[in-house]
Design a protein around this ligand. Structure first.
Ligand SMILES: NC(=O)c1ccc[n+]([C@@H]2O[C@H](COP(=O)([O-])OP(=O)(O)OC[C@H]3O[C@@H](n4cnc5c(N)ncnc54)[C@H](O)[C@@H]3O)[C@@H](O)[C@H]2O)c1
Length: 309
């Protein structure tokens, strides 16, 4: 199978490329403009083509390469940035997606897998959130992800593309930048590796559903093999408080560190957990990385790359 991964030089892309590298008979091409992605995330032997997903010349690549599947990760991923620059967020996330979908349609691609987000739900306490819940995003980023999902459904209904929408919970793992979505693990890692303390907004009892990037990679790969149109949460369905996360960090770091509790940030959601029953049913697996192990791996990699050890 020949697969194009847009945004493959990014954080989640780096985990996906490792997983795809272990599959038999899979050829991968990465298309990325390297705004937040890094060349070194792309393993040797995988072709990296530098370019913007909005570039109309992308159509030529599809006609030459005959991709069977496309995993679309390229995006503007920062929620606060999406509020400051909603036009840029809309341009990359919607015009970029539409260009890729048109290339898929004209290039005979069979499967498209799209990286959506829990941000489409907005602040909804009916947890664990099921995929049928109403969508009321509270950011421009959430709106472009929600709208993207409709385009994918439309390309399935009108043109017969198999389209799988994966809504990720809070993703964490090695190589995550501090800027994008769900960055608390990455932010803590960077501060702690530099020997500093951390700040928690609120009393630390706010919860998130922390899902390991290696599990996200597994879901993306399995999503390439689904027929039809599907919308699937990818989550642990476990509600973890920031205080529990801090306890995992204390064990991983092996020492106590200062924790400063500051005021709650305006707009922050208090509880967030996604149901994963559809993931188990349709993708045949459930994200299983234990939080302690995932935090330990992520912290160890941060120490290694920051030169702290
Ligand atoms: N990390 C999370 O917690 C999370 C949660 C939900 C959804 N997602 C989604 O998963 C996908 C991957 O996110 P990530 O965390 O790996 O972020 P990332 O920023 O590390 O990766 C995004 C990649 O897209 C590339 N890119 C950005 N704009 C581009 C453009 N115009 N043309 C071509 N390439 C472009 C970047 O260089 C980068 O390599 C994104 O669509 C993001 O919205 C991430």
């Amino acid at each position: 199978m020949k697969i194009l991964v847009t945004g493959g030089a990014g954080f989640i892309g780096s985990h996906l490329l490792q997983l795809l590298g272990r599959q038999k008979n899979v050829e991968v091409v990465v298309y990325d403009n390297l705004t937040s992605g890094r060349r070194e995330h792309v393993p040797e032997g995988v072709r990296l083509l530098e370019g913007d997903v909005r570039d109309k010349a992308l159509a030529r690549l599809f006609l030459q390469e005959h991709f069977e599947a496309v995993i679309h990760l390229a995006a503007q991923t920062m929620v606060p940035y999406s509020l400051q620059h909603p036009d840029e967020d809309c341009s990359v996330n919607l015009l970029g997606l539409l260009n890729v979908l048109e290339c898929c349609r004209q290039g005979g691609v069979k499967n498209v897998v799209f990286s959506s987000s829990a941000a489409v739900y907005g602040d909804n306490l009916n947890i664990p959130l099921q995929e049928e819940e109403r969508l009321l995003p509270t950011s421009a980023y959430g709106i472009t992800k929600m709208t993207s999902e409709h385009y994918l459904r439309m390309y399935h209904d009108l043109y017969g593309l198999n389209t799988t929408v994966l809504r990720f919970a809070n993703v964490y793992g090695e190589r995550q930048g501090a800027g994008g979505e769900g960055g608390v693990v990455s932010i803590f890692c960077k501060l702690l590796a530099a020997g500093q303390g951390v700040t928690v907004f609120g009393n630390g009892e706010q919860t998130r559903d922390f899902v390991y990037a290696g599990d996200i990679a597994e879901a993306l790969w399995r999503g390439c093999q689904l027929a039809g149109h599907h919308v699937i949460n990818v989550s642990t369905q476990k509600e973890t408080s920031v205080n529990t996360l801090l306890a995992a960090f204390k064990r991983a770091v092996g020492r106590d560190f200062p924790v400063h509790y500051g005021p709650v940030r305006e707009g922050d959601i208090f509880r967030s957990v996604l149901s994963n029953s559809r993931c188990r049913e349709l993708l045949g697996f459930c994200p299983a990385m234990n939080l302690q192990e995932g935090v330990a791996r992520t912290y160890a990699e941060e120490l290694r790359t920051s030169g702290a050890v």
